[in-house]
Design a protein around this ligand. Structure first.
Ligand code: DC
Length: 219
C-alpha cells in the first residue's frame, strides 16, 4: 500500500493550518491537524488536573485516554471519550500547556499510533512539528514552513480566541513556544534533511500553496 503522504512542519503561526487545508483541497485528499491531538492531551490534563510531571501519574492517565480524530470531508472533529472537545482546545492556556507537555516522550509515544493509523486509511496532508522527521520519515513530499516570529505572533493575535490578550503577551508566548518546540530532546521542531523550506514572511496563502503544488508531481 503506497499512500500519498504530504507533511508540513513548522513553528506556530507560520500559516501551516490554512496552507495545509488549501493544499489538501487542491489535491483532493484529507487534512490532518496533529497539533489538535497534543492539544487534546493538554486539555484533558487541565480538565482532570493531572500531575503530569509525575511519570507514574502521566502514564496511567495516557493509558486511559480515548482520543479519536474524526475526519468528515475537509472537516475534522477532536473527540475525547466520546465527547467533541474541538471548541475547547484553542485557548492560549491550552497552547502553552500543549507546548510543554508535548516535550514529554511518553506523550509523543502515545500519539504516534493514532497518527500513523490515520495515514494507513487514506491520502493526507499532515500538519505538525515532527511529521517529516519522526512520524512519516518516508513521506514523498515534505515541507517546512516558517515566517518571521513577529509576523507569526501578529497573525495569531489577530485570530486569537483568548479575550483581552495583548500583542506583547502573544509575542512572548510565541517566543517561548518556539524555544520549547525546538529545544526539546525528543522529536524537536526542525526540518527533515529532505524537506523543502518555504519562508512565508512575505508570501500569502495562495502563493505558498502554488509553490508547494509546483513540487508535487503525482496525480
Ligand atoms: O500546531 P499547534 O500550535 O496546534 O500545536 C500545539 C502544540 O503541540 C505545539 O506547541 C507543539 C505540539 N505539537 C507537537 O509537538 N508535535 C506535533 N506534531 C504537533 C504539535
Amino acid at each position: 500500500m503506497n499512500r500519498r503522504i504530504i507533511t508540513i512542519d513548522g513553528p506556530a503561526g507560520a500559516g501551516k493550518t490554512t496552507v495545509s487545508k488549501a493544499l489538501a483541497q487542491a489535491l483532493g485528499c484529507v487534512y490532518v491537524d496533529t497539533g489538535a491531538l497534543y492539544r487534546a492531551v493538554a486539555f484533558e490534563i487541565s480538565r482532570q488536573q493531572i500531575n503530569w510531571k509525575d511519570m507514574n501519574v502521566l502514564e496511567g492517565f495516557l493509558a486511559g485516554l480515548e482520543l479519536d480524530y474524526i475526519l468528515d470531508g475537509q472537516k475534522s472533529v477532536m473527540v475525547s471519550s466520546g465527547q467533541d472537545i474541538s471548541a475547547y482546545i484553542r485557548t492560549n492556556e491550552i497552547s502553552m500547556l500543549a507546548s510543554a507537555t508535548s516535550a514529554v516522550p511518553q506523550v509523543r509515544k502515545s500519539l504516534l499510533g493514532i497518527q500513523q493509523s490515520i495515514a494507513r486509511a487514506r491520502d493526507a496532508v499532515f500538519e505538525g512539528r515532527d511529521m517529516g522527521t519522526a512520524v512519516f520519515p518516508d513521506a514523498p513530499y515534505k515541507f517546512f514552513l516558517t515566517a518571521d516570529v513577529k509576523v507569526r505572533a501578529r497573525r495569531r493575535f489577530e485570530e486569537s480566541d483568548t479575550p483581552g490578550i495583548s500583542f506583547e503577551k502573544m509575542f512572548q508566548d510565541m517566543v517561548q513556544r518556539d524555544t520549547n518546540d525546538t529545544q526539546r530532546t525528543v522529536s524537536p521542531l526542525k526540518p527533515a534533511p529532505d524537506a523543502i523550506l518555504i519562508d512565508a514572511t512575505e508570501l500569502d496563502v495562495f502563493q505558498v500553496v502554488e509553490k508547494m503544488k509546483s513540487y508535487i508531481t503525482i496525480g
